[in-house]
Write a protein that binds this ligand. Structure first.
Ligand code: ARG
Length: 566
């Protein structure tokens, strides 16, 4: 909110609309550089002045006539420092509101978010955690900025691997073992298939034939496939429930089976389809990309053409204005090719398709590789995190009620935060002990700060004292309180920026700042004590409540719950 205020205050000095300035205002990397800063480079041409000169002139005028801010010109930037006096109460009142920080920049825009999208009959690995949780945070962030969001789980439920699975199941599998542990058993079959195939390469042809049968709709093969899908889905749903993630659509690759012929036909009519070694491809030299494979030699469809049909469906049937694909960086080339083919087909809207890549994740040094069966199961990671959380709670707060339930919230939250606190493009080395710790830059630290605030509010009888409309910040005299307030005031901008950059990390970083600022304020002196000035106590408790409100909201954006006690 201070940003908005700054924009409207600055706009007459630059002769531009406040709305345009809003987008230009930046949060400087260091506090000493100001609360906000406006780069003046873009004005140089229109004003025929060097950026630094512009900044200096505006700073002088502001300092002469605006009591609420102080300005300083450095290196072509106009740095703004808010003066506390006027804003304290406004910030506290705003930050106590439900829905504080939400904005409407996305109103009227429908975004489809492709996320999680695990492969059927394979475990939900820790890698899928990233897609699921980054995707989930983006869903929340886009909704909080006014967008209409449809999130889709593009399950990997079609492809030659099902031929392999069907063959392996016929040779080495049984219903009984499959139903007991569907994914582990599918994985065992899959690994076994690859081992045997090394000895007997003809197995590969058998698998190809089985998949061709599936594509032709052979009823027995199809029934078996459906069975694998249903069993896998049970496991996936269980994990999604634990993670608190839901989907508007579970439309996997197979959903597009009857929509692919039309794509192939269109490519042919547009003379984009070429033969190459018996397969069909679209050349993409002009785009500086290798050709995109559309149909295999045996005519079977593959991943890229299914994604082309999928994008068209999302545009035309779901009415998407933009489509985000939250998928690992290793699939960059795939998406470049898919978007390029769409462009060649004349779908201008392919410009609104965006791959949102992320880096690899290791858990305690272990990578995952399905073929060899060395997999880190996401559920095992969650279980271990919850166990560790329970241990810590047992030590810290042995009397706590509902320990198991709270440990689940803390453990799962720890894993999610351990992922989202990194810029998504970086690869993440995930150390369970670290992420579950209650100190340091962790999810539990944030949850713990919330819980502490609840205890404080209870002790100060905040509920009874408070009157929503009379929250009063004027008694917040300390520097640490002001730092805290300024941080809170950034929340709306933070959500907007995180949505615009598709970067949940920005929210995670903000939450750490907010919690650290609050803890500094909290540790600087007792708040509730005998003989304290009631108005001052109320002021401070209001600030604490506002911080809790923002922390809870921000954690919610990341898909993390905040328990009242822990
Ligand atoms: N199932 C794929 C995988 O696990 C991810 C699918 C991503 N979405 C898409 N539309 N291609 O690697």
């Amino acid at each position: 909110m201070l940003t908005k205020y700054a924009a409207s205050l600055l706009s007459p000095y630059f002769n531009v609309e406040a709305g345009d300035l809003l987008a230009k205002l930046e949060v400087p990397p260091q506090k000493e550089m100001g609360d906000l800063s406006l780069p003046c480079f873009a004005f140089a041409k229109a004003l025929r002045l060097a950026p630094q000169k512009i900044a200096e002139q505006v700073a002088d005028r502001i300092n002469a006539d605006q009591p609420d801010i102080r300005a300083l010109a450095t290196g072509g930037y106009l740095n703004i420092f808010f003066q506390a006096s006027r804003w304290k109460t406004d910030i506290v009142v705003a930050a106590l509101e439900e829905g504080y920080g939400h904005s409407e920049i996305g109103v009227g825009k429908r975004v489809v978010i492709d996320m999680s999208s695990p492969n059927i009959a394979k475990p939900l690995g820790i890698g899928h955690l990233r897609s699921t949780m980054i995707g989930n945070a983006l869903v929340n962030l886009y909704r909080a900025t006014g967008h209409e969001v449809i999130n889709v789980n593009h399950l990997g439920d079609w492809g030659t691997q099902f031929g392999k699975l069907i063959v392996a199941y016929g040779k080495w599998g049984s219903r009984e073992t499959l139903e007991r542990e569907p994914i582990k058993e599918s994985l065992r079959l899959y690994v076994k298939f690859h081992e045997e195939m090394d000895l007997d390469p003809s197995l590969e042809d058998e698998a190809r034939e089985a998949f061709a049968k599936l594509e032709r709709g052979d009823s027995e093969t199809y029934g078996l496939w459906q069975y694998f899908v249903d069993e896998s889905m049970k496991e996936f749903r269980r994990v999604y429930e634990r993670l608190g993630v839901s989907f508007d659509h579970f439309t996997g690759e197979s959903f597009y089976n009857d929509k692919i012929d039309a794509v192939v036909r269109e490519l042919r009519e547009l003379s984009l389809l070429e033969e190459s070694d018996g397969a069909r491809i679209v050349r993409l030299e002009e785009n500086g990309l290798p050709p995109c494979l559309i149909l295999k030699k045996d005519g079977s469809t593959i991943y890229p053409v299914r994604d082309i049909a999928t994008a068209i469906y999302r545009k035309h049937s779901l009415g998407a204005d933009s489509i985000l694909y939250v998928v690992g960086a290793e699939q960059s080339l795939h998406f470049q090719q898919v978007f390029a083919v769409l462009g060649k087909m004349g779908h201008d809207w392919s410009e609104q398709c965006k791959h949102v890549p992320f880096g690899l994740m290791n858990v305690n040094g272990k990578k995952m590789s399905t073929r060899k069966g060395k997999v880190v199961f996401l559920e095992d990671v969650l279980d271990e995190a919850v166990q560790r959380a329970l241990q810590i709670i047992d030590e810290k707060n042995p009397e706590l009620q509902d320990k198991e339930k709270i440990a689940e919230t803390v453990g799962v939250g720890a894993v999610i935060f351990g992922d989202l606190k990194h810029r998504r493009q970086l690869s993440v080395d995930f150390n369970l002990e670290e992420v579950v710790s209650f100190d340091g830059e962790t999810g539990p630290y944030l949850q713990y700060t919330c819980a502490r605030i609840h205890t404080l509010l209870k002790k100060g009888k905040y509920e009874a004292l408070q009157n929503r409309h009379s929250a009063d910040g004027s008694h917040l005299q300390s520097e640490s309180a002001w730092e805290c307030l300024k941080t809170l005031s950034r929340y709306e901008a933070v959500l907007r920026e995180a949505a615009t950059d598709n970067e949940p990390y920005i929210v995670a970083r903000f939450l750490l700042d907010a919690a650290q600022d609050f803890n500094r304020f909290y540790n600087s002196g007792k708040i509730v004590f005998e003989g304290a000035n009631p108005a001052e106590v109320l002021s401070k408790l209001s600030l604490a409540a506002a911080v809790a409100n923002v922390l809870k909201s921000g954690l919610g954006m990341l898909g993390i719950k905040a328990p009242q006690e822990m």
